[in-house]
Design a protein around this ligand. Sequence first.
Ligand SMILES: Cc1ncc(COP(=O)(O)O)c(C=O)c1O
Length: 391
Amino acid sequence: MLKSYIEIPPSATLRMNTLALAKKQRGERVYNLSAGEPFLPTDSGVIEAACRAMRAGQTHYPPVLGLPELRRAAAEWMNSTYATAYAPDEVIATCGGKFGLYALCRALLGPGDEALIIAPYWVSYPSLIQLAGASAVTVATAPERGWKASRQDLEQAITPRTRVIIFNNAANPTGVVYHREEIGALLECAAAHDLAVVSDEVYSGLVYDGRIFVSAGSFPEHHGRVFVVQSVSKHFAMTGWRVGFVLGDKGIIESLGVLQSQSTTGTASISQWAATAALAMAPAIMSEVSQKMSERRDALHSALQSTFGGFVAKPASGLYTLAALADLGVKDTASTAFCERLLEQANIALVPGAPFGQEGYVRFSFGEDSAELCAAVRALGEYLKKTRLLV
Ligand SMILES: Cc1ncc(COP(=O)(O)O)c(C=O)c1O
């Protein structure tokens, strides 16, 4: 019998999405609110650019750190959009933001080290940290405090083994957006303990109602310890192209390149040309995607309100609404069992709160179009009534 040393759980969101897609493939009507992506076509100008690149023979191995054109475009986009000051040689292009996070964990953490993550956290952080041989230490937050962690919360979790803080702003699954002073305080805390900060900003372009997004990379005094993770997946509606970036200290970026040279070799050259084109059209594409996602967020919110009452908060950013099962009127708040039953019996895919470190909650994605979101909430209401799972 062969043994696999991969001893981490599969991504909870991808698992639910895979189960939902398998049902769909069997011809069943599935309401899939599990996937973390905007269901919009990639901009036609981006597709054109990718086709042009292929026709021009750009189909060979790309440079390991990414195409020079893309690294320059990513630095310029961050600098002009979020007031950072990155040079092209402080950027690496990766296979999505996810591989950037994996590479950073491998570079910054070793066996016995600890990394702080703020709950509710993105499902993959604990496993990415574990794959580096380190341990995740959770910093709890509460809805009454807007799901935000303060400097004091971090201070209480820091030990002599802490090396890294993983900070997700704008956050999945809560939609929390931190203000400049709050980010400044967290960075001061990191500096006081000589910690690296991995700032996962892949939802920075999906910030709603006129809110301003502040990058942790825009504090010159902390330039050397902050690593920004970015991606074209979410705000450019390009999940399948698999292009992300890490921006930060040149020496660490080069070491991520070494890891990349011995693992993925980098992301697809065609995708890199597509991402370069997307960045050149960033203001237009980002405002279109964020406008559509804001409308879908509103549609999901009003459907939830009219079905379950006014308890579910409207997220400030991202693609998700995190709802307490109790606020949906559900008696049994074991979220994984609830979501599995819901998919099995009613063909509705949500993601349980437990793998986000927040039991008793479920996550709705609003990446689907508004009609589908409303139909899903209607089906959920009917299912809960029929099965008498309500309080
Ligand atoms: C918080 C967060 N970070 C990073 C990622 C990775 O995205 P990608 O690898 O598509 O860039 C995701 C994807 O869902 C996410 O939600």
